[in-house]
Ligand binder design. Structure first.
Ligand code: G3P
Length: 221
């Protein structure tokens, strides 16, 4: 299985609007040169412009459980797919859903042909998420998000524990980890723990030179 990097643009101004396109182009260049798969997750209104500008996969940061119809202000799987997204994050710690809504969102995403990454905050939630059969779960301890302290070094047990839990519950699901990841060492440590890749944001988005940060990330593979 190929190593995967998922870059969450969050709502950082460094990765909003035209800057989202520039950030996605860095991802594309580094992916092309390194051979590592990189997915860009811009804000939802930026999906269309980013997807029109790069060939790497673009994922939404969130979808709602709502389907098509009499709903206002919701983000549907169908709409992000039509905008050019190939997949979506679901239940990010900064955009949590009820478990029943996580299930509905996964079903809606599958119906629309979107890949799914369900974010989890501990091993028990990882098990619950894996039972819903997303393509990936991404374990991210909330207290380490944006801290610069890598989960793969600060809390290796939560990563290896998630990998073991998923093997028991639903071995087809792949495990990513995130929070505080920023260097090639952090990334290599995540892979040694059994993760298929990483989900990260600030280490690249807030870096002085995001392209160099991405190259550093893939440098130890
Ligand atoms: O979705 C990625 C995330 O929550 C981790 O954020 O800034 O710690 O890489 P960060």
């Amino acid at each position: 299985m190929k190593t995967l990097i998922v870059l969450n643009f969050k709502t950082y101004s460094e990765s909003t609007g035209e800057k989202a396109v520039r950030m996605a182009k860095y991802c594309e260049e580094v992916s092309k040169e390194s051979g590592v798969d990189i997915i860009a997750c811009p804000q939802i209104p930026d999906i269309y412009r980013v997807a029109c500008s790069v060939k790497i996969p673009v994922f939404a940061q969130h979808i709602d459980a709502a389907g098509a119809g009499s709903y206002t202000g919701h983000i549907t799987a169908e709409c992000v797919k039509a905008a050019g997204a190939a997949g979506t994050l679901i239940n990010h710690s900064e955009r949590r859903l009820l478990l029943s809504d996580v299930d509905s969102a996964i079903q809606a995403a599958k119906k629309a042909g979107l890949k799914t990454i369900v974010c989890t905050n501990n091993v028990a939630v990882t098990s619950a998420a894996a039972a819903l059969s997303p393509d990936f779960v991404a374990i991210e301890p909330p207290e380490l998000i944006g801290s610069g302290i890598p989960v793969s070094k600060a809390n290796p047990d939560i990563v290896s524990g998630s990998v073991s839990a998923v093997e028991v519950v639903n071995p087809r699901v792949k495990v990513l980890c995130g929070a505080g990841i920023s260097t090639g060492d952090d990334m290599a440590a995540a892979l040694r723990l059994g993760a298929a890749g990483v989900l990260l944001a600030s280490g690249v988005i807030k870096a002085k030179d995001p392209k160099a940060a991405l190259f550093d990330l893939v440098g130890k593979l």
